[in-house]
Design a protein around this ligand. Structure first.
Ligand SMILES: [Zn+2]
Length: 449
């Protein structure tokens, strides 16, 4: 091995270790990812931490270092009619660093990102000594909880012109309504960012295991995807016209987080979203603390859709995160008009369900589950399963939400009185000699008020 080769190997022990546990990505794609990461090694930007941060500009407004501002960001440029203003909270750190944008509600009926980004904008996160305290922050966090406000209030994925914002990027100033929104979001919110975390859920009728999607051959995206700190990472460029794919084309390290289903503020998915965002900020050294890491990562570049072969109603025995064996019966289709008959649904291979249907109505071909086939790391994965349900316990889902306020902690009253007049008075009685009794009594009197 050449000197150069040796040096390279020594300088990146962590990466080769994490790649070892990668599960499904084929060797050709892995080499492509490795090459991209190697080429990126020398071009990582260094933030000048010696000089102070400059004012941050957003949509013609200035934000001072060490401060927070909430700015109304109109999604349409109009004199008449609704401009769909949406709030963007800018937390501008005291010290310089990268700019990261966190978006929710690109699909109006997906509530998890809207709840998570709203919570992150609140004082429990941004107040003094809290995780997003601007005095302790290096760089800038932009939080845009809802990029489709008309869809959000109507619980609709699409904009009022029937278009999907996440297929309209880069958009155009003179294009369709949703195309104009895309153009504005891209130019005023996304393009000034170094990183983008776009928070989503599954579409209606499905439930996603909390997971991250990123183009792993794009080094800054690879970095934030791993830093998020959860088990399942899908290597994908994202659909054409999506915000993430367009942002990557601009060199912005981007990921999509998916957790839960549409129209639901899935608490676990919200909690994991916040855990992941904070992990990314810690990993980028924007906020203090160490990023948490999962025990293993499933890096996947392919999956299997399990479909119903008959019509009717599905009784699904599994849920998101279920680990199944090849041939396992995962559900049963019944037809209420022919109630005496049923057909089983069988798992085609061993693996983890990263998405399951929660709408029971099926016709032949309806997907009932999205399976990540697992061929390696089975022992490790089994250790991460809930013993009762056989489902993957996703990092960040356990433990108390850190945004729970003090007044929400139940205080349970236990009535009685301290025997002997003080907490430890009876305890003392046991070991004090009879001759010292006077001292004890004196001490007890002092304690009693
Ligand atoms: Zn979505």
């Amino acid at each position: 091995m050449s000197e150069k080769g040796k040096k390279k190997k020594e300088s990146r022990p962590k990466r080769s270790k994490t790649l070892k546990v990668s599960n499904q990505i084929p060797p050709k794609r892995r080499r492509e990812i490795e090459r991209a990461l190697d080429a990126h090694e020398s071009s990582r930007p260094d933030w000048d931490r010696l000089t102070g941060a400059k004012q941050h500009r957003f949509f013609g407004k200035r934000i001072k270092p060490g401060s927070i501002r909430q700015i109304e960001f109109p999604l349409l440029d109009v004199k008449l009619g609704d401009s769909w203003p949406t709030p963007v909270t800018i937390i501008h750190g005291r010290r310089p660093g990268p700019t990261i944008t966190i978006t929710g509600g690109v699909h109006g009926d997906e509530m998890v990102g809207q709840v998570a980004a709203s919570l992150l904008s609140q004082n429990v996160f941004t107040g003094p000594g809290r995780p997003l305290d601007p005095e302790m922050m290096a760089g800038t966090v932009r939080l845009a909880p809802v990029l489709n406000p008309p869809g959000s209030t109507r619980q609709l994925r699409y904009f009022p012109d029937g278009r999907d914002l996440n297929r309209e990027f880069p958009g155009s100033e003179a294009g369709s309504t949703t195309g104009r929104v895309a153009h504005r979001v891209l130019n005023d919110l996304i393009s000034g960012s170094d990183f983008l975390l776009d928070l989503h859920t599954a579409a209606r009728g499905r439930d996603n295991l909390p997971q991250v999607r990123a183009d792993l051959a794009h080094p800054p995206s690879n970095r934030v995807a791993r830093a998020f700190g959860i088990e399942v990472i899908l290597d994908s460029k994202g659909p054409k016209g999506s915000m993430r794919r367009t942002a990557v084309d601009l060199g912005i390290g981007s990921l999509t987080y998916e957790g839960g289903g549409a129209n639901l503020a899935d608490h676990e998915a919200v909690q994991i979203a916040i855990y992941g965002v904070l992990n990314v900020l810690r990993s980028l050294h924007m906020i203090p603390g160490n990023a948490a890491r999962p025990k293993f990562r499933l890096l996947a570049s392919g999956s299997t859709w399990v479909r119903a072969e008959e019509g009717g109603l599905v009784d699904l025995f599994i849920g998101r995160g279920s680990f199944v064996k090849t041939g396992e019966v995962i559900g049963r289709i019944v037809d209420p008009l022919r109630p005496s008959e049923s057909v089983d649904i069988i798992a085609p291979s061993r693996g983890i369900f990263i998405c399951t249907a929660n709408n029971p109505i099926v016709t032949p071909g309806t997907p009932v589950g999205h399976l990540l086939p697992v061929t390696r790391g089975v022992k490790l994965i089994r250790k991460g399963l809930d013993k009762n349900t056989n489902r993957l316990i996703v990092s960040g889902s356990t433990g108390e939400p850190i945004w729970r306020e003090d007044f929400e902690v139940e205080e349970i009253m236990i009535e009685g009185e301290w025997s002997g007049g003080a907490v430890d008075a009876e305890w003392q009685r046991d070991w004090v000699n009879e001759s010292d009794k006077e001292h004890v009594e004196a001490a007890e009197e002092e304690d009693a008020d």
